[in-house]
Design a binder for this molecule. Structure first.
Ligand code: F6P
Length: 522
């Protein structure tokens, strides 16, 4: 079935949202809270241990009703069905979009061109498990008979950012293996990694959906050359595995047949960490934890597929983001996880979000006359508070924020965690409420700064009224991380549908590649 091609700005909901925007745009979040003391409860969504507090957004009930109406008028409901069923919704590349099938353990048939893909998915998961177990229990030996201690993932974009982010995020659950990532074609990056490694005890995973990516192939060849300085061609099978759709090229490179993990064209690179692209994750945290990650994502998939829009976390988050992007004309969104484990979340989401929805031609082939893909950026709290938060609090731009927090830390150290979470809530409150002239005046008076009041007061005022979502989990487990990532994946999908663009191609990265090939004279 085909996606409908509806220009969102031509819907009744959009016109009503414009009128509603004029009513609400100057309302302060303080006023909204005063008007509705029940606001926290009214704007709360929940899924398992995940709580999403939307009350710190510049919305009221009517805003959500109208946004919901927009979702209905743009026929999001059918789009969700087509997405999960495996219809060819990646029209420009003539492909289905089925990363959700990779984490569907229901054993239900999923047909693509009359082929049940759930069988291949199951077989690949078995292969990942078997390989992970063999390496971890020491049965898989390097060419000189030693146990593997290090694993290097060679890949870029979706073949790097997802696995890297998850391996970092789940460090607490780490196996004895050390995982490294080589992505940039920058030879210094390659060399810096290799210099720490012993070829006898290192396993290389070459990850490239296409196996034509310049960076990955160049890096893989350099690594192979380095390896062959002390080993033979025959040893390659003990140290090189590959994940790809391009079997011919992988074999040509020299990877043994049994070391090839399949990938499929119905999995987009930036949504592929759930496939064998996540082999490094499985090695890093063990297969059971990898499976938990998949299960968490599936939990979010079920919620997204089956929950009415007004209670549907990815849908509501996507709609609120459209509210800021298209009505308030916000330029960016900031992602603020309050855990060092998620320091790579923002770069990962940059690819997922910006490569997907950074498009300006609609599904009718016409240029859009409204804003599409949001710019996302971010860093962990509390570090961000000592870096860029000044601009959010007192700068000229409206930057909606996602605060991601965990009720418990992993190692205990509760005093640290209590302080961390105090900062988390303090930032949300400061952004929301700000500090009025009167409050600053009183503070300065109480602290005896009488003669500075006149000169300093304007600089100490916080306007407030800066929106945020609070996304709170019990703790950072593989399952919860799976939910979090899938939540953003579905948010991307919803926004692409509503902006009437194709989210699953990436032609915009091609021109630079072409020109680099022309400019390179080697
Ligand atoms: O350059 C963009 C891109 O095609 C991404 O979409 C993809 O994740 C990355 O390159 C790597 O591609 P591959 O896995 O085919 O090497």
């Amino acid at each position: 079935m085909a996606l409908k091609n509806i220009n969102p700005t031509k819907t009744t909901a959009w016109v009503n949202l414009l009128a509603h925007f004029n009513e609400i745009k100057n309302l302060h979040l303080r006023t909204l809270s005063e008007k509705n003391p029940n606001r926290k409860n009214d704007f709360k969504l929940q899924l398992e241990n995940l709580e999403v507090d939307l009350s710190n957004n510049r919305i009221d009930r009517k805003t959500l009703q109208l946004l919901n109406q927009l979702a209905i008028e743009t026929d999001l409901a059918s789009a969700i069905q087509y997405y999960f069923k495996g219809d060819t919704i990646n029209v420009t590349e003539k492909r289905a979009v089925l990363h959700t099938a990779l984490r569907d353990f229901s054993q239900q048939e999923i047909l693509i061109e009359n082929k049940n893909i759930s069988l291949e998915i199951g077989q690949t998961l078995d292969k990942i498990k078997q390989f992970t177990d063999e390496v971890l229990n020491g049965n898989w030996k390097g060419f000189s008979g030693k146990t593997i201690t290090d694993v290097v993932n060679i890949g870029i974009g979706g073949s790097d950012l997802g696995p890297q982010m998850v391996v970092e995020a789940l460090k607490f659950y780490k196996t004895p293996l050390n995982i490294h990532f080589i992505s940039n074609i920058d030879g210094d990056h390659v060399q810096e990694t290799l210099k720490k490694l012993n070829p006898e005890t290192t396993l290389f995973i070459i990850v490239s959906k296409t196996f034509t990516t310049q960076e990955t192939l160049t890096n893989a060849l350099t690594v192979k050359k380095w390896f062959l300085t002390c080993a033979t061609e025959n040893d390659i099978k003990k140290h090189f595995v590959a994940v790809s759709t391009n079997l011919t090229m992988v074999k040509e490179f020299g990877v043994a047949d049994e070391n090839i993990f399949p990938m499929w064209d119905w999995v987009g690179g930036r949504f592929s960490l759930w496939s064998a692209v996540g082999l490094s994750i499985s090695l890093a945290v063990g297969f059971n934890n990898f499976k938990q990650l998949l299960k968490g994502a599936n939990q979010m998939d079920q919620h997204f597929k089956n929950t009415p829009f007004e209670k549907n976390i990815p849908v509501v988050l996507a709609l609120i983001s459209i509210w800021y992007n298209n009505f308030f004309k916000s330029e960016t969104e900031v992602i603020l996880p309050y855990t060092e484990y998620l320091k790579s979340l923002a770069p990962y989401l940059q690819q997922a979000i910006m490569e997907s929805n950074g498009k300006s031609i609609d599904r009718n082939g016409e240029p859009v006359n409204y804003q599409t893909g949001t710019i996302v950026w971010g860093s962990t709290g509390t570090n961000s508070q000592h870096a860029f938060m000044q601009l959010l609090h007192q700068g000229t731009k409206l930057i909606p924020a996602d605060f991601i927090g965990f009720k418990e830390s992993l190692y205990g150290l509760t005093e640290h965690h209590d302080k961390l979470m105090a900062n988390f809530y303090a930032q949300i409150q400061a952004l929301k409420e700000g500090k009025t002239k009167e409050e600053v005046h009183l503070d300065m008076k109480v602290s005896g700064q009488f003669n500075q009041i006149e000169s300093l007061l304007p600089y100490k005022v916080f306007e407030g009224n800066k929106p945020s979502n609070t996304i709170l989990f019990d703790k950072l487990t593989p399952f919860n991380l799976g939910m979090l990532i899938a939540m953003y994946e579905h948010k991307i999908f919803v926004q692409g549908i509503m902006w009437n663009i194709y989210s699953f191609d990436q032609f915009g990265v091609e021109l630079g590649k072409e020109l680099a090939n022309k400019i390179y004279k080697g």
